[in-house]
Design a protein around this ligand. Structure first.
Ligand code: NAP
Ligand code: MG
Length: 407
């Protein structure tokens, strides 16, 4: 084996739980450590470590990403009541992703990995469609009220300085009904627009933003105008990157995307992103082929697989059984972080290594060596023949073999 490639600056490594954690160790052993001389600042966010540190470790990991600019994260358990019992937790700790996202004021972009033998459900999709979801406000922080009977619902704004308040009539109810008040803030929308622009420029892909300003003349125009202002500030950068910005109505975008070849970053409002990201994910194939990137307005980045800890497979692993879990999204979390590190450090050999690893992974799948989730898609059955797929570690070793011969 040739000399290891030197990664100049630190990458923050965040470990996680269950099957994702098992795969994480194998990926490092077979695909990362043998090839790279890299300083990894390690944070163990396994649920027991979060319990031990009263979740301080999560905040420390977030701070480390803010400091070093690049992090890579394994899937972690977000404890529910059953997990509190299972792990004897003193508290139902919050979602680590939520904590990290809040600390970085970040936006999440989800991107599918495409392989020529995994056919998207939509025929025109040739290149990935990256979805950015504004993860603050609107329906997700709304005040709701079931109107019990006839009466008037009003919206009142009371300025903090005590000046004249403003009152709007929402509806004069003649009978039972329902109502809600939702909000967003300029700060949050601006951060979202900035993160979307930053990531589109990094990835050199066209940027779309969609809303419904024809109906929500103030609410959605507020978003639309902030996006346009932020884009205008970066006009030169857009030209230099050779990419464009396009605003459209959400329903128009949905219609267009079904006939589009892909290769765009589509920024969406909170509710639209919730819905469309699941549609795009399932349209492209498997959760095992979906990556997720957290980007702060100033370009700090954390990469991870979009899937969770794959508990069902972990239970089999615990019984000593082999699983066929797809490590691709986790491998791409590593390559995403390495590419970003290489760009920031101006070390093209690190970027080249990451691309070689991505290529080895995709070619392994395209050559027919696949995990069970992909065999199901290829054979279009929930029970593909047993010899049509390999186990998790065998898949990782096949990628390693292909990588080795390509370097
Ligand atoms: P999940 O881990 O994403 O798994 C759901 C199902 O999707 C699996 O049972 C499996 O289907 C399939 N799947 C997901 N990833 C796969 C892969 N890499 N290869 C093959 N199949 C894959 O979701 P979950 O079971 O709902 O959640 C488990 C835990 O993960 C929870 O504790 C949750 O809190 C956590 N979680 C964490 C994150 C994160 O850290 N970002 C995100 C989501 C969930 P089959 O069973 O049909 O094989
Ligand atoms: Mg959803």
């Amino acid at each position: 084996m040739a000399q290891k490639i030197k990664v100049k600056n630190t990458i923050v490594e965040i470990d996680g739980d269950e099957m994702a954690r098992v795969m994480w160790a194998w990926i490092k052993e077979h695909l990362i450590t043998p090839y790279l001389d890299v300083n990894l600042e390690y944070y163990d966010l396994g649920l027991l470590k979060r319990e031990e540190s009263k979740d301080q470790i999560t905040l420390e990991a977030a701070k480390a990403i803010a400091k070093h600019g690049v992090g890579v994260k394994c899937a972690t358990i977000t404890p529910d009541k059953a997990r509190v019992e299972e792990y004897k937790l003193s508290k139902q700790w919050p979602s680590p992703n939520g904590t990290i996202r809040a600390h970085l004021d970040g936006t999440i972009f989800r991107e599918p990995i495409t392989c020529n033998n995994i056919k998207p459900a939509v025929r025109s999709w040739k290149k990935p469609i990256i979805i950015g979801r504004h993860a603050y406000g609107d329906e997700y922080k709304a005040a709701e009220f079931t109107v019990p009977g006839p009466g008037t619902v009003e919206l009142v704004y009371k300025p903090a300085d005590g000046s004249q308040s403003t009152t709007l009539t929402v509806h004069e109810f003649k009978g039972r009904g329902v109502t809600l008040g939702m909000h967003n803030t300029e700060k949050s929308v601006r951060s979202f627009a900035q993160a979307s622009i930053t990531y589109a420029l990094q990835r050199k892909t066209d940027l779309w933003f969609s809303a419904k300003q024809t109906i929500l003349k103030q609410y959605d125009s507020f978003f639309m105008n902030i996006f346009q202002e932020e884009v205008n500030k970066r006009k030169m950068d857009f030209e230099k990157a050779g990419i464009t910005y396009w605003y459209t109505l959400i329903d128009d975008t949905v219609a267009q995307i079904m006939k589009h070849p892909g290769g765009v970053l589509w920024a969406t409002k909170n509710r639209d992103g919730d819905v469309m990201s699941d549609m795009i994910a399932s349209g492209f194939g498997s959760l095992g082929l979906m990556t997720s990137v957290l980007v702060s307005p100033d370009g700090k980045m954390e990469t991870e697989a979009a899937h969770g800890t794959v508990t069902r497979h972990f239970r089999l692993h615990q019984q000593g059984k082999k699983t066929s879990t797809n490590p691709t999204a986790s491998i791409f979390a590593w390559t995403g972080a390495l590419k970003r590190r290489g760009e920031l450090d101006n070390t093209p050999d690190v970027v080249k290594f990451a691309e070689a690893l991505e290529d080895a992974n995709v070619k392994t799948i395209e050559s027919g060596t696949v995990t069970g989730d992909l065999a199901r898609l290829i054979h279009e059955t929930s029970k593909p023949p047993e010899d049509s797929y390999v186990d998790t570690e065998a898949f990782i070793k096949a990628v390693a073999k292909r990588l080795e011969s390509s370097l």
